[in-house]
Structure formats: C-alpha cells, structure tokens
Design a binder for this molecule. Structure first.
Ligand SMILES: [Zn+2]
Length: 280
C-alpha cells in the first residue's frame, strides 16, 4: 500500500509522479535496467518504499538542485547524484531557519484556505512542523552538462541550467518526449532572488535549453505548479517573463517566498517572478 502522505500519478507505463500534494512533485523515470528518481521531496515520510512499489530496478536518485524540498529523502538511497556545483550545499543542508520558516508559512497557508481549497495531505502524526527533521546527504556521483544517464532503452541527458541556483539541471528524455524541468522550469512562482540565483544567467540558460531541445520533446514536467505539466513553449515564455522583469518596466510588490525570504515580485502572465529586494 502506498503511504497516504504521497500521491502517485501515472504519466505512462514507465514514468510516475510521486507527489507530496501542495509541496513537491518528484519523478520516477524507469528504464529496462535502471531507474532514476528525479528529486526525493521533503523527507516528511520515507519515499523509498513508495519507489519500491513502482519498480524493482536499481534506483539512482538525481537532484534537480540542492534545495531542501527536493532532497529530503536522499539519505534513504545508496546512490545520490547532483550537479557538481551543488555537492557542498547538499552536504551542508539548508541555511538556518529555512526549514522552520517553510513549515510556518505552510501552516499559515492551510489556515487561510479551507482544506477543500488546498490539495495538502494532513501532516503525519509523528511529524512536528515546529521542529522539522532534515538529514543532509552526501553525493556519490557528480554530474556535468551533457552527461547521459543510460537506463536501458531510455537515456536521460543532463542539461545544466544555472539561474534559479548554480547547480540546477534538467533531464531530457528524448525517447519519451519529456523534459524534467526541476525548479528551473514551471509556471507560478519563479525564484530568481535567492543568494545563489542569477536572473540574467537564468534567462540565458532557458534560451540555450530551448535552442538545444530536440523537437521530439513535447511536454515539460515540473515540480511545483498544480498542473505540473506544460507544453515546451513554457521555456521561452518563462525566459521572456524573467527578461521583462529585469528591464524594470513592470510593477513589483514586496513579498516573501516560501522560505520567508524577502523578495520583489512581479506578476507577468502565468508567472510570478521573484527578484532580490532592492537595498534602501
Ligand atoms: Zn529550488
């Protein structure tokens, strides 16, 4: 039986979303010989038994980047891969206060919206959001741009897309027509304001990705928006939205992100672009 903290969505016979509804969507990508788990979620409940229900292949976990909401279950696995720019940050764990701020913000969100309006699952009885547990993990494999992960009858190509963070990657799955975007590609809140972000680099990374993506890739699978699935045009639209925000010709509001870090936020189309607050 699947742990009720998680929600499973079948994309096709060999591709699954393992979601923590209202939080993060991790993706299980299964080949003939091996599988990749792209992100492992918050670590609120063990994700490895869920993976074992879906595949008996050996599993390599691949982090889209080092942020704690994507690597919380890494410690359950023997093989952990991340872009080499993220290895040190992965081992360090989140900055002080980010975890508790995240859960405080989430509890506020649940309070403000009725349970009907939120897809969030009830927190497990043994999980204390005021004192969230987090186990940092060590990378066993460092990835680079262009590297191919052969799964047997299915290859995943790593594309480095620095901007949201310096270690952000996407996985190109040409045979199945998917791009697994990580936090680099989504609608809704686009975080380009954190200390390791670089919004101009973010735009350049998205333009490069858009140019090199094979025409067979038709769907982008993302971790945070409720839909979680976009047409490939989302890449260019997101790049345009960040570029527009950088020109300054849009209205910014002061806001806070889900880690309760201050940001300037501009709503552009179906994106909310977060840039670093301007110093007084
Ligand atoms: Zn992130």
């Amino acid at each position: 039986m699947i742990d009720p903290w998680f929600e499973i969505e079948r994309i096709d016979d060999d591709t699954f979303v393992i979601a923590e509804p209202s939080h993060v969507r991790s993706h299980l990508i299964i080949g003939d010989e091996r599988a990749v788990l792209f992100d492992t979620g918050l670590g609120v409940r063990p994700i490895r038994p869920v993976v074992a229900e879906l595949t008996d292949r050996p599993v390599l976990t691949v982090a889209s980047h080092h942020h704690f909401d994507h690597v919380g279950g890494n410690h359950e696995f023997d093989e952990v891969a991340i872009h080499h720019a993220g290895a040190e940050l992965l081992a360090q764990g989140p900055p002080p206060g980010w975890l508790t701020a995240y859960w405080e913000g989430f509890l506020d969100y649940v309070e403000r919206f009725s349970p009907d309006a939120s897809t969030a699952r009830p927190l497990p009885a043994d999980f204390a959001p005021q004192h969230p547990d987090f186990r940092p993990s060590a990378a066993t494999r460092l990835l680079d741009d262009g590297e191919v992960l052969p799964l047997g009858g299915r290859d995943l190509r790593v594309v480095h897309v620095p901007g949201h963070t310096q270690d952000s990657i996407c996985l190109v799955d040409e045979s199945h027509g998917f791009l697994f975007g990580g936090d680099a590609i989504d609608t809704g809140g686009i975080y380009a304001h954190l200390p390791t972000a670089d919004p101009a680099q973010f735009v350049a990374s998205l333009r490069r990705l858009d140019a090199l993506l094979p025409s067979t890739v038709v769907a982008v699978l993302s971790p945070h928006s409720r839909a979680g699935r976009h047409g490939r045009d989302v890449i260019g639209r997101e790049a345009d939205a960040i570029a527009t925000a950088l020109t300054g010709g849009v209205v910014f509001e002061s806001g806070k992100d889900c880690f309760r870090q201050a940001a300037c936020v501009a709503s552009i189309g179906d994106f909310a672009i977060y840039l670093a607050p301007v110093s007084p």
